[in-house]
Write a protein that binds this ligand. Structure first.
Ligand code: NAD
Length: 491
């Protein structure tokens, strides 16, 4: 039997239920990208806000590409089980904040209708870094990005996230409706300004008057989001059924820790997310930098070095003494690149992170974190590396992380087993590496990839030669050997 609203009264007492009647609340949010993270984060804060403060703030989801999540959630009236795994054990909660999910590929008109509905006051999204197609340096859309190109050619029938946000705003303006606040919840630095730049530039290309209206009327608050949420597996779904007694095809598991820092700039109101601990601030940037550099940067480093050391999960990496030392060293170097943040002790933050990474109950695959490296490296690692280089700080941990990514980019393990990189630039990387034989060739080819490495790194001989030297060690001694040698350097 599937989980559904009519089954809520039949749940065991051990499972927390929505503290409100979901059907009695209307929607106020359209969320694009109802992936693992949205279900463990924003939808949960909204669920708590509905329980404590009420309001018509349920979520209509839009899935741009797959229809799976719509087919999983809609027959369950949008309900799903959130499994929280901590040191103290496991708990389950049924979340009621999602009203329905529209599969845009199947029902494009319904997706636009939701964005243009009078009750919609917030359009939020978690669609992964690569989905946007915004060139940060130019503050413009990348016309070579497939979704941007398709939507510029056909702006009234958008298939990508920027095109959809702009068409939704166009319809609202045409109908005399107030705009929605655009709330990006992807791991991108200054995500509010970035998405604003992309939306404005796209709008200018299709309708300059609309662009002016957006510029003057639409808020794009920045956010910092944090909760480690692996992709659900068959085991997740089985665990949900065991805990609740109902089949649930949208169940998700996550850690106890959760954090959301948001700029409080909402032109049409917002749910009382602070009821569940969201922090509203003037400027998210310093929190964002801390999280991207210390959590995400370390995550990427340990994903490449760990995956190639045959560690399937992050917790296995943390159980490897040499790698765990490199994790500590990386966090310390990343912390040194940050400006002080009132009320935050970076050492405490690093200790908490190490504990979260080691959580034996969370099965977070290194291969999942390794995905989309060329999209992630700039904000996670390269900014911190540039800062360290300019300020005479330790660059070696960053050079090691980049060398590990370069080693990963070769697409085969030390035993010669091939794997796909799962990176939007996979083909370009393959082409660039054709004929590259040694560490020098490989590093040169990858440093030259367009739009990944900043000039201040590739133009610095100390940086390029250090990365090349570490990569050579990885090639000669294997990743596990290189990790061991690197960890011994510090003792
Ligand atoms: P996921 O794979 O479960 O979901 C990603 C969602 O984005 C899906 O709805 C998918 O259809 C959509 N999507 C992917 N590529 C797209 C594209 N090219 N165009 C349009 N839509 C696309 O991933 P997730 O775990 O939910 O993570 C999503 C994002 O959330 C991350 O990329 C990151 O920015 C942020 N985030 C995740 C975590 C985490 O631990 N999972 C933590 C913090 C932040």
């Amino acid at each position: 039997e599937r989980l559904a609203l009519s089954k809520l009264t039949g749940l065991p007492r051990t499972v927390a239920c929505p503290g409100y009647d979901p059907a009695a609340h209307g929607s106020g949010i359209v969320h694009i990208g109802v992936g693992a993270f949205h279900r463990a984060h924003q939808a949960v804060y909204t669920d708590s806000a509905l329980a404590r403060k009420g309001g018509d703030w349920r979520i209509d989801g839009i899935s741009l590409r797959s229809t799976d999540i719509a087919d999983a959630l809609n027959p369950q009236d949008g309900l799903y089980t959130l499994i929280i795994r901590g040191e103290e054990g496991i708990s389950a909660r049924v979340v009621g904040s999602i009203r329905r999910v529209i599969a845009a590929a199947r029902e494009p008109d319904a997706a636009l209708a939701a964005l243009a509905a009078p009750e919609t006051r917030i359009a939020s999204m978690t669609v992964t870094e690569k989905a946007y197609g915004i060139d940060r340096a130019r503050g413009a859309v990348d016309t070579g990005h497939p979704a941007i190109a398709a939507d510029l050619a056909n702006p009234r029938a958008p298939a990508g996230v920027i095109g959809m946000l702009v068409e939704g705003l166009r319809l609202r303006r045409e109908r005399g409706l107030a705009p929605y606040t655009v709330l990006c919840c992807d791991n991108l630095p200054d995500n509010g300004s970035l998405v604003r730049a992309g939306v404005l530039n796209f709008a200018r290309r299709v309708d300059p008057a609309l662009a002016g209206w957006i510029e003057n009327n639409v808020a794009f608050p920045a956010t910092m989001v944090d909760r480690i949420t692996p992709a659900a597996t068959e085991a997740t779904l089985a665990e949900a059924e065991r805990l609740t007694g109902f089949a649930d095809l949208a169940a998700i598991e996550t850690e106890p820790f959760t954090q959301w820092v948001i700029e409080d700039h909402f032109t049409a109101g917002r749910p009382a997310w602070e009821a569940d601990g969201a922090i509203f601030v003037e400027d998210v940037a310093p929190y964002e930098a801390m999280k991207l550099r210390m959590l995400n940067g370390t995550h990427s480093m340990l994903a490449y070095a760990g995956f190639l050391s045959a560690h399937k999960y992050v917790r296995d990496v943390m159980a490897d003494a040499a790698l765990a030392r490199l994790v500590r060293r990386y966090m310390q170097a990343a912390a040194a690149t940050l400006s002080p943040l009132p009320g935050i002790d970076f050492t405490d933050y690093a200790n908490a992170l190490a504990k979260r990474f080691a959580n034996p109950a969370i099965a977070h695959e290194t291969y999942q974190i390794a995905m989309d490296g060329t999209e992630k490296l700039p904000q996670r690692i390269l900014g911190a590396a540039s800062h360290a280089l300019e300020n005479g700080q330790d660059i070696r941990p960053f050079a090691f992380a980049v060398a590990a990514w370069m080693r990963y980019a070769l697409g085969r393990t030390d035993d010669g087993a091939p794997y796909t990189l799962r990176d939007p630039r996979e083909e370009v990387i393959r082409g660039a590496l054709a004929g590259a034989n040694d560490a020098g060739d490989i590093a040169r080819a990858l440093f030259a990839l367009p739009g990944v490495f900043p000039e201040r790194l590739t133009g610095d001989e100390r940086w390029t030669s250090l990365v090349t030297e570490i990569l050579a060690t990885m090639l000669h001694k294997g990743m596990a050997g290189a990790v061991k040698e690197e960890a011994e350097r510090q003792s």
